[in-house]
Design a protein around this ligand. Structure first.
Ligand SMILES: CC(C)(COP(=O)(O)OP(=O)(O)OC[C@H]1O[C@@H](n2cnc3c(N)ncnc32)[C@H](O)[C@@H]1OP(=O)(O)O)[C@@H](O)C(=O)NCCC(=O)NCCS
Length: 184
């Protein structure tokens, strides 16, 4: 199947909202995402407008990449955030190097295992390397076996860091990292 992989535009906030709400209804959404469907559903349009404008094609610090299927429907997404060395991340942990952080990874079930996820990551990583990051990281729940298997195959390795979640002290959220390749 052929896909179009591209960054979102700010005016596409309604489609971004729809795909996020679909992701939050996934059977493993409680492992994959830090917000619930009900929380997202309750957010006003202004939230989605701002959120999409903050990750759109012309933005320097973050980028949402989407895949369009043959009929133009959105079938997968991820977002890359840039994190500056010397800052603290959302969990309060220090950021030691200029890095990318991949969040919001979701592919519609009927497009999984098709190679689409690799293509989405290629685009997200290319964007991050082009901004000069030294490494790219992501956080994955210990029990999210499918995502962990994909990330390893894509070249991410566990760093050994377990990220504490104030909302769920028992959760084991593992950091996976990819160092910048020489050729990037
Ligand atoms: C995570 C996700 C993007 C991965 O994309 P994908 O297209 O499903 O990945 P792939 O099928 O290419 O690779 C997954 C691998 O896990 C394997 N797998 C499938 N189910 C599995 C399971 N329950 N436990 C362990 N491995 C599993 C697959 O066979 C495949 O193995 P391979 O690398 O040997 O081929 C997609 O599954 C998804 O959107 N999941 C729901 C949302 C989510 O979890 N997001 C990530 C949050 S961190």
């Amino acid at each position: 199947m052929s896909y179009v992989i591209r960054s979102v535009r700010a005016d596409e906030w309604a489609a971004a909202r729809e795909l996020r709400l679909l992701a939050l209804r996934d059977p493993i959404a409680h492992l994959a995402f830090l917000e619930t469907y009900e929380e997202a559903l309750a957010k006003p349009d202004s939230f989605w407008r701002e959120r999409t404008a903050g990750v759109a094609a012309d933005v320097e610090g973050a980028q949402q990449v989407i895949a369009e299927g043959p009929d133009g429907e959105w079938v997968g997404t991820l977002t890359v955030l840039l994190e500056e060395a010397g800052t603290k991340d959302w969990a309060g942990l220090p950021v030691e190097r200029f890095q990318g952080h991949v969040v919001g990874v979701f592919v519609r079930p009927e497009h999984r295992g098709s190679g689409l996820t690799e293509v989405l990551f290629d685009a997200g990583l290319e964007w991050a390397w082009a901004r000069g990051v030294e490494r790219v990281r992501l956080i994955v729940h210990e029990d999210n076996g499918r995502a962990r298997a994909f990330y390893r195959r894509a070249g991410f390795e566990p760093s050994g860091v377990v990220v504490p979640l104030p909302s769920d002290p028992d959760a084991r959220e593992l950091e996976f990292v990819m160092e910048r390749p020489e050729e990037a």
